[in-house]
Design a binder for this molecule. Sequence first.
Ligand code: 13P
Ligand code: SF4
Length: 397
Amino acid sequence: MSTASTAVPAPAFQEPAPTPVSLLLLGRTADPRSERGVECPGDLPPASDPDLVARAAAAKAKLGDRLFILGHHYQRDDVIRFADVTGDSFKLAQQAAARPEAEYIVFCGVHFMAESADILTSKTQQVILPDLAAGCSMADMATAEQVERCWERLEDLGIAERVVPVSYMNSSADIKAFTGRHGGTICTSSNAERALEWAFAKGSQVLFLPDQHLGRNTAVRDMGLSLDDCVVYNPHRPDGGLTDDQLRDAKMILWRGHCSVHGRFTPECVDEVRERVPGVNVLVHPECRHEVVEKADYVGSTERIITLLNEAEPGSAWAIGTELNLVKRLATEHPDKQIVFLDKSVCYCSTMNRIDLPHLVWTLEALAEGRVPNVIEVDADTAHYARVALEQMLALP
Ligand code: 13P
Ligand code: SF4
């Protein structure tokens, strides 16, 4: 019997609804499985307390060399002023690994950075994140389960042996451990090209996690691969939304993840600022979309953005496509240059911004009183393999 006339066409694929995440009240509870968990026992000082700066300074002075505060460039000014070292993800990972004498490492950044610091420091050191809700939406876009499923597909196709995983620092410890287990490396936005060169010397294909834009921009802009060499694996589609041939033929298998902050910049933003500010130099972070990076004059990590501005001619004009706290700080530090934000609307990283002065004071005062809050501790097995991948990055030529 023919069923052709009665067959119902398969429904078009639809993106699954996002997993509902319960909103946790600040300071009331914690969800250890999620970066959205918040634990803030005791009283947070009110943001209006005029003594916050003095309280943070006093607690810091009391702790002396037992304390080391790391601050990512996207942190607020009132927090960054207390950092012993500021830097991009790469520099902060190096610095965390180079401070064995510090008992407490307070990480003013986001969860994946604190995890990396814990992995790279000794067992006697404790890494503390002042607000456990400071996660990263990009890191959440690749779960261990999804990545294992992708790898199984590559194994079933018989190509896993020639695929080298390269994972961006902006990923969970689980993803870093996956990378270490499968002979790959971590990279940051300041060493992604070196990481890819290393990976292509080892295998013929790369699985790049979780930021498709950094992977594509580095492969195409810096290494001369073509857009056709890249495919995007979508963990929400059956088989990643890719055919066997597409997976076999691609040089770069990009994970479908992105930064919600840098994803806001568009090619139109670049056109608009060029019209508005004659002679402007457009400088963007490599987490921006490829079409934006293509239109920019310069591309670089946060540390590179700072260096370029330090070296820029007085009187020069710059439009910067990265997080707003950093752009505002650069504008204040360089009154002799015209520095504007690439987008017209504001664009903070909301999770980076969760680390504020009240949380820092709360953390430092707890430490000064002998309590250790918000410790970030990666389990031993995960930490072991994640360290393999992180140390591979620190050893890149
Ligand atoms: P870098 O500081 O390494 O450039 O990273 C930017 C970023 O998005 C951190 O979350
Ligand atoms: Fe994550 Fe983007 Fe925020 Fe960095 S700026 S922490 S990648 S969401």
